[in-house]
Design a protein around this ligand. Sequence first.
Ligand code: PLP
Ligand code: SF4
Length: 345
Amino acid sequence: MPLETLPVNSPNLPTESAWRVELADAYSRIEDLLTFLELPNREQGRAGLFPFRVTYSYAARMNKGDPSDPLLRQVLPLPEEWEQQDGFIADPVGDRQAVAVPGLLHKYHGRALLITTGACAIHCRYCFRREFPYGEAQLSRSREAQALEHIAADDSIAEVILSGGDPLVLDDERLAELVGKIEAISHVQRLRIHTRLPVVLPSRTTARMVDILASTRLNPVVVIHANHANELDTEVGRALDKLSQAGIVLLNQTVLLKGVNDTPGALSALSERLFELGVLPYYLHLLDKVRGAAHFDLPEASALALYDDLRRHLPGYLVPRLVRESAGEPYKTLVPPSLPERLGL
Ligand SMILES: *Cc1c(COP(=O)(O)O)cnc(C)c1O
Ligand code: SF4
């Protein structure tokens, strides 16, 4: 079915499940997206390193006729993906060594991260998790039991992070069940969801889903992922509003990406738009040096200059922390380095 005729707003379709239809009908052929954007179709070149995927809702926020649109650039495979670059590897952040039990990453004190699914609604070309062996880590029932046992046995774990892939790709029943099992572990205080769905598939933010997060005894935090103000249209605003109305703390993480948001103007517009929608900027990540993403990389000196500019223009609470994730470090490393690091402690 052509996406343009998708009956997402049809009165016959219950809104609680409209997102499933939209998810299943996401663009999976580059040609279809380019046609929709009124861009010339490219030569039949090589496909990307991993499959192409983007939701209609996200594509609809791209500027038609603009081949360098900042949203398009995040999802469009370029030939550069195939160029081998020194230092760009499969697991730049050391996730594999942090696997406590399959499906559970326990890297930092007090927080454990559950890989709930490998699936995402869109495929971001710079994603560092896409090389992760999800097949080995995905949360089957037996793995879920093992992961929960690990959490239950370690009372230093006060926060469980649902991540992926995208944990909100799980349907509501599965999500409710998982949250129920986590809240049954008495030392867990906080539930954090790392998700891009409120941004790339706002219809996923159903009343039931919001209720699952709002009605747990755990303190809920939702960390969304947006890289450019153009991603945050009124539909996204409504989804975020439902979450904040329910008392859920909203934070955002951004990846600094060449050709997408590598100007002070783009980054401050993003922070200001987030705040307008009730979201505080949390992290600005330097690109994880994953294979095939070198064309998004910015020299560190440029990143620092940009960050300095941002700090000169924005109130402190709208300046995200600039971080780099290094394998084996006890936290995401602040750039510029924190005082103990500068002192060599
Ligand atoms: C990023 C990350 C966290 C969360 O780190 P915060 O600094 O608390 O946001 C936890 N576990 C893993 C494995 C992570 O990659
Ligand atoms: S995990 Fe996040 S960054 Fe990676 S493809 Fe999915 S939505 Fe994009």
